[in-house]
Write a protein that binds this ligand. Structure first.
Ligand code: ARG
Length: 390
């Protein structure tokens, strides 16, 4: 029997995939990863068993996801098209890597996933699999089967007696992990519609957030968050705390018409409270400790880095090379940033670093000014030379 390892979430798409692959004569081995959303190994195993699955790998990858994917993206200030912190995108290469590893272990020559034929996720997973093992064959049932709409999928699930749980699943397509949540479909496909308040999961709407601001101080060591309000925490814990805190203050909602890798524009809303708080704090600290040229060049790198991550080119040579550059820039990104959270907004309250390049004696307009104004005259004379026409 041909063996296939399927990336399995237990949701509508992958549940239908199990059935479909079995109908095509495959022995299906499932793989489910916990990347920090609601996750119940027991329930997944039960569901898989009910669909006739004999073997399922359930892996808790939260730490690996946080340390090896999210953290590098944070250090790189990787935000796609200014609004998307890449939560879904960053998880895909990790899932693909495990698919390949498990296929090797199981001596399976096929891997499969439940991504649609129009999205970015198929590109990310397939590309990663091809980079890591070009010999593996990839099956994406949603690219070939006859179930072209969500309605027909639901009908198929009913006909095959596949249990489908949530009603939300019927309205929106949702992907969630610890770095954020992506919500698309339904009424949001019409660009003239504002997002429906009921679509949001992690964040409070502004009229329900507290009327009193809250402060949070984040300490970084070499670009990595290490303390929150003076207390040492690991990165995973920091993300969890900030998702709750930010969500309570309505922070981290974005609504983006984005450019997919497959060429189409699509609209998605995102919630990522912790990600936006950490990105903001990290960038504030960089502005204090990095010199002008490094900061400016890093902006270009950030943009390219975010595009590579978005396109699923995580394991490409270029992304890894840019990562090496980013790592080197982080040597002095050590210090604390205090932020004020209030009604969906983040403002800076305090910046501290032993590597600060800000020198008060040079910046001040007060008595103790040490900046030599007389030097300025000669400097400007020469600085303006290339721009003078007469
Ligand atoms: N647009 C996002 C991306 O390409 C999210 C894709 C998955 N979204 C979803 N609602 N299932 O990374």
């Amino acid at each position: 029997m041909k063996k296939v390892v399927l990336a399995y979430s237990g949701g509508l798409d992958t549940s239908c995939c199990v059935q479909w692959l079995q109908d095509k004569g495959f022995e299906v081995i499932c793989f489910s990863a916990n990347l920090g959303s609601e996750f119940s190994p027991a329930q997944l195993k039960k569901k898989a068993k009910a669909s006739g699955i004999k073997k399922i790998y359930v892996e808790d990858l939260q730490k690996e996801f946080a340390d090896d994917y999210i953290l590098p993206a944070l250090k790189a200030n990787a935000v796609y098209e200014s609004k998307y912190v890449l939560s879904t995108a960053l998880g895909r290469p990790l899932i693909a890597k495990y698919l390949v590893d498990i296929a090797h272990k199981e001596k399976a020559s096929y891997v499969a996933h439940g991504c649609t034929g129009k999205g970015n996720d198929q590109v990310r997973i397939d590309t990663t699999v091809k980079i890591l093992d070009p010999k593996l064959k990839i099956i994406a049932p949603l690219r070939v089967w006859e179930l072209t709409s969500r309605e027909s999928e639901i009908a198929y699930a009913k006909q095959k007696k596949i249990a489908i749980s949530t009603t939300r699943e019927k309205i929106y397509s949702i992907d969630q992990n610890m770095w954020g949540i992506s919500i698309e479909g339904g009424m949001m496909e019409d660009l003239t519609n504002a997002p429906d308040e009921s679509a949001y999961v992690l964040t409070k709407s502004i009229d329900k957030t507290p009327n009193r601001a809250e402060y949070v101080e984040i300490e970084f060591n070499k670009g990595a968050p290490v303390k929150i309000n003076g207390k040492k925490k690991n990165f995973l814990e920091i993300i969890e705390i900030l998702n709750k805190l930010g969500g309570k203050h309505g922070i981290g909602r974005t609504d983006l018409v984005e450019d997919r890798t497959v060429g189409i524009k699509s609209r998605e809303i995102y919630e990522a409270p912790a990600a936006w708080i950490l990105h903001r704090a990290h960038q504030e600290l960089e502005s204090v400790v990095l010199d002008k040229d490094t900061l400016s060049f890093k902006e270009t790198v950030s943009q390219r880095y975010s595009q590579l991550a978005y396109q699923g080119l995580w394991f490409s040579r270029l992304r890894r090379s840019l990562n090496a550059f980013v790592e080197l820039t982080q040597q002095k990104v050590t210090g604390s940033i205090k932020l004020k959270l209030y009604k969906g907004s983040i403002t800076v309250a305090s910046r501290k670093s032993k590597y600060s390049l800000y020198k008060k004696e040079l910046a001040t307009y007060g008595e103790d000014d040490q900046f030599d104004r007389e030097d300025a005259k000669g400097f400007i004379e020469i600085f303006s030379l290339p721009y003078r026409e007469k």
